[in-house]
Design a protein around this ligand. Structure first.
Ligand SMILES: *Cc1c(COP(=O)(O)O)cnc(C)c1O
Length: 502
């Protein structure tokens, strides 16, 4: 199976090339030229497998220049019981919020307590195998822009992986204290972390610019390096995320919550549009999905886009208590638009150019209609997010993080408005302990709280009778290793300096 660029169909690469490169040379994103089709009996076969078995089947169908042994090795190394605290890395928790069933898909049982682990524990294995096939004599320099969770998950996935170096850029005031501590204490001999004076979009734009800077690429090439990406612009990030939608469906069938062939909805707390796009690929492969519920925080550029067909990032940027969704340029929307226009690369290129130059674009009415037939959007501000966390825990006994709460809120609004009773999978994307302060405030009913992050975490644990994930508890005693803060214009210099290239 081949992949082509969203903005130029003539650029065609193999699966391993798509993963090794991360982004196309023309700045477009790689998309599969055909999508594997699963019948209901194929899905039935998945219900008999465990998570690793499901992952092997799905990854194998997309990565046809990998051998079966290679796929098996990647999956078995990534999704171990040790790393994910049990046999199923993506378990469902069946909850109730008032009359509404909440089928919570907990995607944060990995080593960094956010759903990014689902992809970033396997990406290093996929990437190193891809590099061996495409450029065996080069060392990969992985650049990551992060709104908090990707950075840590990528550092943890790539640390001490032979043939790779990893550098992470995060917005200096745009991540939670726990997220910052996770990154600045990162261990490993091939890692570097840099805060930038700017927001996530600045970091992402800076990284994208470096990736397409031909002079810089040449300089690295002469020194035996090549750039690659661990952001969700890389197909190797997106693909593993398709698996948990099939897995959730299979579990619901096995648990008697739905019958094989029944439709489900998905509700996804969304930032860069990677997670929800993975569910769309699952749908295109044959998973019976009725509606995609795209949940945003106050940075509700996607809510407006789904409602109006106009994407406009020229608006206030809010630093919210769900910082991993504080994003105004949702990279993966580009892939979605490509599929929604049946592969109209010229149209996608036009919109993306307009986004770069004007900060906005409007899709045609046919495309807008196609989108709103299956997607619905909504948003939830910080006040409401806290309210939802408090009510969900205090009344119904389930503790969720700030991002998950956004999806719960938007889903509740959707059910109230539509009366749609379709069983719905709600993605839970982080452990509440990653955003301890906001979560504690939400459940504490106005009582006085400690200032120290780790005291807060302990108090949250005591109050809610839930456990602090061990890797987060261990951060308290770790040394800080990375303190560099740089201007957003100086990111390339940081890269060269870290590599010792002049
Ligand atoms: C990254 C992240 C999101 C947003 O996911 P996208 O794939 O970027 O839409 C939501 N919640 C958490 C906790 C995250 O880390």
């Amino acid at each position: 199976m081949k992949y082509n660029s969203t903005t130029d169909k003539n650029i065609v690469v193999s699966a391993s090339q798509a993963i090794a490169q991360g982004i196309s040379t023309d700045g477009g994103l790689f998309v599969p030229m055909e999508i594997p089709q699963y019948s209901i009996s194929d899905i039935k076969a998945l219900t008999k497998l465990d998570y690793r078995g499901r992952a092997k089947k799905i990854l194998g169908d997309y990565l046809d220049d990998f051998t079966k042994e290679e796929i098996d090795e990647c999956v078995d190394k990534a999704y171990t019981n040790e790393k994910f605290g049990g046999d199923n890395p993506a378990p469902l928790s069946y909850e109730k919020f008032g009359d509404t069933d909440m089928n919570i898909l907990e995607l944060w049982h990995g080593p960094t307590s956010a759903f990014k682990d689902m992809a970033l524990q396997i990406l290093p294995h996929l990437l190193t195998k891809s590099l061996r096939k495409t450029t065996p004599d080069k060392e990969a320099v992985i650049l990551v822009a992060t709104s908090g969770d990707t950075g840590k998950a990528a550092l943890e996935g790539f640390k001490d992986v032979d043939g790779t170096k990893i550098m992470v850029f995060y917005p200096v005031d745009g991540v939670s204290p726990m997220q910052k501590r996770q990154m600045t204490t990162q261990e490993g001999n091939n890692v570097a972390v840099c805060a930038i004076k700017g927001n996530f979009d600045d970091a992402q734009t800076g990284v994208k610019r470096i990736f397409t800077d031909s002079e810089l690429i040449k300089k690295l090439d002469e020194n035996g390096y090549l750039f690659s990406s661990a952001n969700s612009i890389n197909w190797g990030r997106l693909l593993p995320q398709i698996v948990y939608y099939f897995s959730a469906y299979a579990e619901m069938v096995n648990d008697g919550k739905i019958k094989l062939g029944d439709k489900i909805n998905v509700a996804v707390p969304t930032g860069n549009f990677g997670n929800i796009l993975a569910s769309y690929y699952a749908f295109r492969m044959g998973l019976p999905i009725n509606k995609f519920i795209c949940a945003s925080n106050s940075n509700n550029v996607l809510t407006d886009f789904i409602a109006t067909g106009t994407y406009n990032k020229n608006r206030s940027f809010y630093a919210t208590i769900s910082p991993s969704m504080d994003i105004l340029v949702s990279s993966n929307l580009e892939r979605f638009l490509y599929h929604m226009t049946d592969g109209n690369d010229a149209a996608v290129k036009g919109w993306m150019t307009s986004l770069k130059t004007e900060g906005a674009y409007s899709v045609d009415s046919k495309t807008k209609q196609k989108i709103s037939d299956i997607f619905t959007g909504g948003f939830c501000d910080d006040v409401m997010t806290r309210e939802i966390i408090g009510e969900f825990f205090n009344k119904y006994g389930y503790l969720c993080d700030t991002h998950t709460a956004v999806a719960v809120s938007v889903y509740k609004d959707y059910v109230e408005k539509t009366g749609d009773k379709t069983p719905t999978v709600i993605d839970s994307t982080a452990s509440p302990y990653k955003f301890g302060k906001a979560v504690l405030e939400a459940v504490a009913n106005g009582e006085e709280l400690p200032d120290d992050e780790f005291e807060m975490v302990d108090l949250l644990s005591k109050k809610t009778s839930t456990d602090v994930p061990a890797p987060l508890a261990a951060l308290k005693s770790k040394q800080t290793r990375f303190t560099t803060v740089c201007a957003k214009e100086d990111m390339a210099d940081f890269v060269l300096g870290t590599l010792g290239v002049k």
